[in-house]
Design a protein around this ligand. Structure first.
Ligand code: FAD
Ligand code: PYC
Length: 405
């Protein structure tokens, strides 16, 4: 700003597409850009393009409430989310870019006997697996978040809470920018404003490239990581995915002085809240109950969430809201992601992160790069393949997904 916003260096190059790449990644969110970075850094594969129809991070990466945690129930999930949490802990140093990871603690409120049994099951499962999670009494919860109403007459009484202290938040668009810069520095092409409109295949059925708004671009391998639009893109290669796309909304308040020290989630009453470093309350809701590609969402969903926030934190009743938006989430029937090969040779997919994939960004990207490079999943992602919907070996994380679906 002292230079009058003149003379800033571009953080990544914006080249014209080559005729052909070894790997094309569709989707310039954190997962796609991160996969490109790890392909270059850990597998020496640099003839890579990330193709984004809009701007980097303009999808769910830049629209989410940035909650990071690894307190899931099943081994397959704990493996990948804890792998991711460990990468978050060193990500700013690795990328030489401040992603503002802030392990301020994620607290999940319990309001009834069912919540308590379910969360305590998660606490025990996590601790047995070596992941931090602890059970708090209502008073201990209030000591951690003094503005919480734990009175017996509260509309949503609180009978305890689960706290993961290593959980927290990060700066969403810094994650996209940090990965983009680091990938570009290693030779990856980052191509924005370029929509993938088709997938071309050869006589043997294997992919040969993508049709885009900038013309045909050849590729030996194609890796799709396009969140709410994964099923649309995979259908271009006649692959049907077990996904449905629904909007999820968030909003921010006017800025205020530091008042809210951690992240609080209330799954039963459909609200979650933290305070950004700019001072805004960052608040999120449940999903719309119908499929849609509109990045807005239903008014009744977000007003219900604000009702819940005002009941849990009465002192926020007069705070003004500044902005609201939605993102399109791709959800699987068991609320766990899919990362794997597809029936089409050399076409890979990373999808189904639904309402909870921001926290997974570094871990998912790291393991997706392994899959693309080696042609088979890393052992930490081995349970997330597409064929679990054929074998029935589902990973039901509906409770840990923590957002009303
Ligand atoms: P994206 O960032 O969406 O990137 C995919 C990209 O693909 C987009 O930029 C899109 O433009 C591009 N694309 C689509 N179609 C095409 C095409 N045809 N050609 C080229 N490019 C294309 N997760 C958490 O862990 N914690 C949270 O607190 C949390 N809160 C959320 C709150 C909201 C309101 C929303 C919407 C989501 C939330 N999530 C949260 C989920 C999380 O945001 C996503 O799972 C994650 O960010 C997905 O990242 P991504 O890189 O896969 O997708
Ligand atoms: O997965 O933790 C999460 C989450 C919080 C809000 C939306 N998703």
């Amino acid at each position: 700003a002292m230079r009058g916003h003149k003379g800033w260096e571009a953080q990544w190059t914006s080249p014209e597409p080559r005729k052909e790449y070894d790997v094309i990644i569709v989707g310039g969110g954190g997962h796609g850009l991160g996969a490109a970075y790890y392909l270059a850094k850990e597998h020496g594969i640099t003839n890579v393009a990330v193709i984004e129809k809009g701007w980097l991070g303009g999808g769910n990466t830049g629209r989410n409430t940035t909650i990071i945690r690894s307190n899931y129930l099943y081994d397959e999930s704990m493996d990948i989310y804890e792998h991711s949490l460990k990468l978050w802990e060193g990500l700013s140093q690795d990328l030489n870019y401040n992603v503002m990871y802030s392990p301020r603690g994620v607290m999940m409120l319990s309001h009834n006997v069912h919540d308590k049994q379910s969360f305590q099951r998660h606490v025990h499962a996590n601790r047995l697996y070596g992941i931090d999670n602890e059970w708090l009494t209502p008073q201990q919860a209030k000591d951690f978040v003094p503005v919480l109403d734990i009175s017996a007459t509260a509309r949503y009484p609180i009978n305890g809470a689960a706290l993961q202290r290593r959980g927290g938040t990060a700066r969403h668009d810094a994650v996209a920018w940090g990965y983009a810069r680091a990938a570009s520095d290693r030779g990856v092409h980052v191509i924005q404003n370029c929509e993938v409109k088709g997938i071309r295949r050869g006589p043997d059925g294997a992919v040969t490239g993508v049709e885009t708004s900038k013309g045909f671009i050849g590729a030996k391998k194609i890796a799709v990581s396009a969140s709410g639009h994964n099923s649309v893109i995979l259908s271009m290669a006649d692959v049907k995915l077990p996904l449905h796309s629904v909007p999820l909304q968030a909003l921010v308040s006017e800025p205020m002085k530091p008042i809210f020290p951690c992240v609080v989630m209330s799954n039963s009453v459909h609200a979650y809240i933290s305070q950004s470093d700019k001072g805004e309350l960052v608040i999120g809701a449940g999903t719309d109950q119908y499929n849609s590609y509109s990045q807005t969402g239903g008014l009744q969903i977000i007003t219900h969430t604000l009702d819940a926030i005002c009941e849990l934190f009465p002192m926020f009743r007069r705070v003004k809201m500044m902005r609201q938006w939605g993102g399109i989430t791709d959800n699987t029937p068991d609320r766990s992601a899919i990362q794997g090969v597809t029936p089409v040779p050399n076409l890979f997919v990373n999808c189904g992160w639904g309402t909870g994939g921001f926290k997974a960004t570094p871990g998912s990207a790291h393991l997706f790069a392994h899959l693309i490079a080696k042609g088979e999943p890393h052992k930490l992602a081995a349970g997330l393949t597409l064929d679990r919907f054929r074998t029935g070996r589902l990973i039901d994380e509906a409770a840990a997904a923590a957002v009303a679906h």
